[in-house]
Design a protein around this ligand. Structure first.
Ligand code: ADP
Length: 671
């Protein structure tokens, strides 16, 4: 077995490979780009080598640099992960030329499967079923058009060198053929430098079912069950599951055997995936073979209880397959979703940003999170915007799906747009539950999946106001004398921390808020709607009862922006402090510390009556003093600090209760 390997990849897959390698006692060398200096895969590795600037072409695709790094660190083998150089025959060859082992199939197999048409020719010879079509070398448009007619419309045109759904066009009728052909050809030329096309019958309601195969150098091959990856957007997988539901045992076995046959036809070694289209009538057709570990391999791992990266390392080191076909047993059901930084409402456009807040579900034997990022990381436009893969397992599909729904609720992200809400809708939809699934699923259920759920904004605003009040109280309780009479006051009064009326904005709506308090009860008025509230805040978890209805929500606050997570809903609002009087300006409107510093004087102790504009407290920082003045007339109900105390920038300094007349006018305004 190798003692040191290099991982020519980044993100979750690099982390995933390092994890297994470490369990096997193998040291790992990471490579990284300038954008990934602080990435998780670098931190997990034993050594890491900088490849170059952020763009992949200048880093993760630099074959010369990767080989140099492997030789420099004494790695014996290179794992390519998926994407980047994983299916690049030139890379595999260059490694071999330098005495390094490519943890993947032989060069010939990569080349054979690199072209969709060449792959079909090989599979045809191996008697693997193909979708009716034409994949010949003659690229004459008229000839391909005649072939299309022979298949019968609709047909699918595919760039032979295509991948990732590019260079593909559905043609519904003959009159659309020429235009579609030219467009797909152009896309093939620009994306893959190859405009050759193949045509096949377009199945209108197929499923994408794929088989995980593994072969060793000694001629043995097994299949480790199947996966269904039919739920797709723009021909890209969204949810994957294993085993593929509702497939008769005999067909399942026939597909598995056909897949091993396909792999053996090209003298395959290592992990591979044979993709099939599965038609409603139970027939299946070879689509393509991916000569690498797939993104969705974890669902297979969970139902087979095998570690596929370990299998890859063993096979690459020259060992035999760990199991024979008869010893492969499947148990339970597994589902995976891909959590992306993207905007489902804008045609799944990739999103970028900083992961300001990131909470993942608790991992167990039922829940697994494969990720390459931590809170604070940046999702940049340089790479695939996948944040994580969330994988669940349970004894059957219904139970697994429930686990998935719960785990999605527990996944919380702020700072960058994600598809979490979309995934929750998908996983929660009755049609997905009933497995009414084919590749047209998302399109067919578009209205339901993209429909904006009507939410009771007032209620979430009240919860946000409750959070703000409790958070502020907790903060001042930390800073002040616990014997303060502040909490012992009876009778309703304006919550002194927010005596000043404020507003919370959500989407384009502004909600005026006032909070009255008595002991630990609050009367929260949101734009005239009153809520009797009790609440408790435990770190980022708010438990609150609004007019007798109890809620448990997670909360993330950053500056004046508040995000509530309730079930699978994410509600954001902004706190907006209104300027009370036209003459108010600058420091006058705020009772917060304008800078980090020291309290040098309390000008108005608790109980003092003050006029608007009077000095209340003096702060000093870097030898400069600043006086905080009353924004309105009132009574200082509490000073949270004493002379000599340190205060941080933005800390609430004191509580000022407005005069009764003022309180009345605030209440009236709210009505
Ligand atoms: P790529 O290599 O670009 O991912 P594939 O050949 O794997 O392209 O096809 C991607 C997806 O397109 C499949 O998962 C399936 O949903 C759809 N597809 C491919 N061929 C057909 C076909 N003949 N009929 C219907 N759908 C197809």
């Amino acid at each position: 077995m190798f003692t040191k390997i290099l991982i020519a990849n980044r993100g979750e897959i690099a982390c995933r490979i390092i994890q297994t390698a470490h369990q096997m006692g193998i040291k790992c060398v990471a490579v990284y780009s300038e954008a990934d200096r602080n990435a998780r895969h670098v931190a997990l590795a034993d050594e890491a080598i900088l490849l170059g600037p952020a763009p992949s072409r200048e880093s993760y695709l630099r074959i010369d640099k990767i080989i140099e790094a492997a030789l420099l660190t004494g790695a014996q083998a290179v794992h390519p992960g998926y994407g980047f150089l994983s299916e690049n025959a030139e890379f595999a060859k260059a490694l071999g030329d330098n005495g390094l082992v490519f943890i993947g199939p032989p060069i010939g197999a990569i080349e054979a499967m690199g072209s969709k048409s060449a792959a079909k020719t090989i599979m045809e010879a191996a008697q693997v079923p193909l979708v009716p079509g034409y994949h010949g070398e003659n690229q004459d448009r008229a000839l391909i058009k005649t072939e299309a007619e022979r298949c019968g419309y609709p047909v699918l045109l595919k760039a032979v060198a295509g991948g990732g759904g590019k260079g593909m066009r559905v043609v519904w009728k003959e009159s659309e053929f020429d235009e579609a052909f030219d467009a797909a050809k152009r896309e093939g030329e620009s994306s893959f430098n190859n405009g050759d096309m193949l045509v096949e019958k377009y199945l209108t309601k197929p499923r994408h079912v794929e088989i995980q195969v593994f072969c060793d150098r000694y001629g043995s091959g097994v299949y480790l069950g199947d996966r269904d990856c039919s739920v797709q957007r723009r021909h890209q997988k969204v949810i994957e599951e294993a085993p593929a539901p509702n497939i008769p045992v005999a067909i399942r076995q026939a597909m598995g055997e056909a897949a091993v046959q396909a792999a053996q036809a090209i003298e395959y070694v290592g992990a591979g995936t044979v993709e099939f289209l599965y038609d409603e009538d139970g027939s299946f057709y070879f689509m393509e073979m991916n000569t690498r570990l797939q993104v969705e391999h974890p669902v297979t791992e969970l139902i087979t209880r095998q570690d596929l990266v370990e299998w890859q390392l063993r096979v690459a080191a020259g060992q035999k397959l760990p199991l024979a076909q008869a010893d492969v047993s499947l148990r339970g059901h597994s589902l995976e979703v891909r959590i992306y930084a993207e905007d489902p409402d804008a045609d799944f456009m990739p999103a970028t940003g900083r992961l300001d807040y990131l909470r993942t579900p608790v991992e167990s034997r039922f829940v697994r999170v494969d990720t390459g990022v931590i809170e604070g990381d940046q999702i940049s436009h340089f790479y695939d915007p996948m944040i994580a893969k969330l994988i669940v397992w349970d004894e059957d599909r219904d139970l697994a799906l429930r686990r998935m729904q719960q785990a999605l609720e527990d996944y919380r992200i702020c700072g960058v747009k994600t598809n979490l809400g979309f995934l929750a809708k998908l996983a929660g939809s009755e049609s997905f539950k009933a497995f009414d699934v084919d590749t047209g699923f998302i399109e067919r259920h578009h209205d339901q999946l993209f429909n904006k759920t009507e939410i009771d904004q007032t209620r979430y605003i009240a919860l946000s106001a409750c959070y703000l009040t409790l958070a502020r109280k907790a903060q001042s309780a930390n800073l002040q004398d616990p014997s303060s009479p502040f909490n012992r006051l009876n009778s309703w009064r304006l919550n002194s921390n927010y005596a000043h009326p404020y507003a919370l904005t959500h989407a384009d709506n502004t909600h005026r808020v006032t909070v009255m308090e008595s002991d630990n009860d609050y009367l929260i008025n949101v734009g005239g709607v009153e809520f009797q509230v009790k609440g408790e805040l435990n770190q980022d978890r708010l438990n609150a009862t609004l007019n007798g209805h109890q809620f448990s929500v997670a909360v993330f606050q950053q500056g004046d922006s508040i995000t509530l997570f309730h079930d699978s809903l994410q509600f954001e609002c902004q706190r907006y402090v209104e300027v009370h009087d036209a003459s108010d300006s600058g420091q006058l409107g705020s009772l917060k510390a304008p800078m980090t510093g020291t309290v040098v004087a309390i000008l108005k102790p608790a109980g003092s009556q003050v006029e608007a504009g009077e000095g209340l407290i003096v702060i000093e920082a870097m030898k400069m003093e600043q006086t905080i003045r009353a924004p309105f007339a009132g009574t200082v109900s509490e000073q949270f600090f004493k002379p000599g105390d340190q205060v941080s920038d933005g800390a609430e300094l004191l509580a000022l209760e407005p005069l009764v007349e003022e309180a009345k006018s605030v209440a009236q305004e709210a009505e």
